[in-house]
Design a protein around this ligand. Structure first.
Ligand SMILES: [Fe+2]
Length: 391
């Protein structure tokens, strides 16, 4: 059991992680500790409805902080969401951001922070380190176990016109603190738990084999996968299982730390065009493609070694089993997660048109994540993977 009052775990990467049931109660004092007095609070309409937003604002005001709020973040935020947030930010002087929500709210707050402190438009910050003034401090309070944005220096903002995702990063954009409170995750619908959780799992699997992976990033990725493989089906079965929700929040943040160091791979490259053209939720698209990507990448000896290692660490197979068998078990587990989460397992069920696949593959090849995949890929390879996923 996790004690209601005392956070159970605290560590420091570049983002300080404050973990535990009831950890959000410390929000006001954490903002003060990090020098804030006038806060822009960023969230989405779902969290307003669930009552979490009002409670968080109350905690901030009780701590004597001035609070302005932007509560209209949409899923997969675009530069339009960032501009709307910026309009609120400019109505009063602020010196601190607090974001409550999934990756969308956290990324919108980061995006707004770029424009408020440095001017210009989101596209000016594509890449890393394009700011001249450090961003204002941000505390992120994730309510889903998914993107890992709460520990990352990048904001993913889609271009409103092209729907291409822009990765805009700076070391000062990383949240000062991530508050991981499993009590906040219990009100998510199952569809959100499923899509977020499979995204976090995909981050661990992709970053383990990514070209930039290091022993340190693999430690976080493996720790993440072991946690999520054990607890994903528990949170799907019971959203109020706060112990399992806590493990999933930790898993998502650990995978986020791994990505920050190692980047991702082609499951994400293949997913982004599906989100852009078919409005598929990010996690649903990534999760659908992942088993096919693992099979494809396992032809690379190094990738095969690390996939097998993940399967063994998560006890999907005995240590004595061959790499080949271990990889089969990993693919089987990833496929089972889709079924357990009620997630689509083929592109047909996701409503994708077969004659559109070649164009989608061209777009997938242009995604930045493809550069970090362990195997070099062409648009023909990516088309073959879409074909396999078509079912
Ligand atoms: Fe993702």
């Amino acid at each position: 059991m996790i004690d209601r009052q005392e956070p159970q775990f605290e560590t420091a990467t570049s983002t300080r992680i404050v973990f535990g049931a009831g950890a959000v109660d410390r929000l006001g004092s954490l903002v003060r500790e990090h020098g804030g007095s006038r806060v822009l609070f960023v969230t989405d309409p779902g969290l307003v409805k669930a009552g979490h937003a009002a409670r968080a604002i109350d905690l901030l005001r009780t701590a004597g902080l001035d609070v302005a709020a932007f509560d209209a973040v949409r899923p997969n935020p675009t530069d339009r969401d960032v501009e709307a947030c910026l309009a609120v930010a400019r109505q009063q002087p602020i010196d601190f951001f607090v974001a409550l929500g999934g990756g969308s709210s956290i990324d919108a707050a980061k995006g707004c922070n770029f424009l408020l402190t440095n001017g210009g438009a989101m596209r000016d910050y594509k890449g890393h380190g394009r700011v001249h003034t450090p961003l204002l401090p941000l505390i992120a309070v994730p309510t889903t176990a998914g993107t890992g944005s709460e520990v990352q220096s990048f904001a993913l903002i889609a271009d409103e016109q092209t729907h291409m995702k822009m990765a805009c990063g700076d070391s000062s954009a990383a949240p000062r603190v991530a508050v991981l409170d499993p009590n906040l995750a219990t009100t998510q619908p199952k569809s959100v738990i499923a899509a977020s959780g499979i995204d976090a799992i995909s981050h661990a699997v992709e970053s383990t084999v990514a070209r930039n992976a290091t022993p340190e990033s693999r430690k976080f990725a493996t720790g993440s996968f072991v946690r999520s493989a054990r607890h994903f089906e528990r949170v799907l079965a019971n959203a109020h299982d706060t112990e399992a929700q806590g493990e999933m929040l930790l898993a998502a943040s650990m995978a986020g730390i791994s990505i920050e160091k190692s980047m991702l791979g082609i499951a994400h490259s293949l997913a982004n065009p599906l989100t852009a053209h078919y409005n598929m939720v990010h996690g649903r698209a990534v999760g659908l493609m992942l088993p096919h990507v693992v099979r494809h990448n396992a032809a690379d000896r190094g990738a095969a070694h690390w996939y097998a290692s993940l399967a063994r660490e998560a006890s999907l197979v005995d240590d004595s089993e061959s790499d080949e068998h271990a990889i089969d078990s990993l693919v089987a587990a990833l496929s089972q997660f889709l079924v357990a989460g009620g997630l689509p397992t083929t592109l047909t069920t996701a409503g994708v048109q077969k004659d559109h696949l070649a164009a989608l593959a061209e777009e997938a090849a242009a995604q930045w994540t493809a550069r970090f995949n362990p195997r070099e890929v062409t648009s023909a390879d990516l088309l073959a993977l879409y074909d396999q996923a078509f079912g």
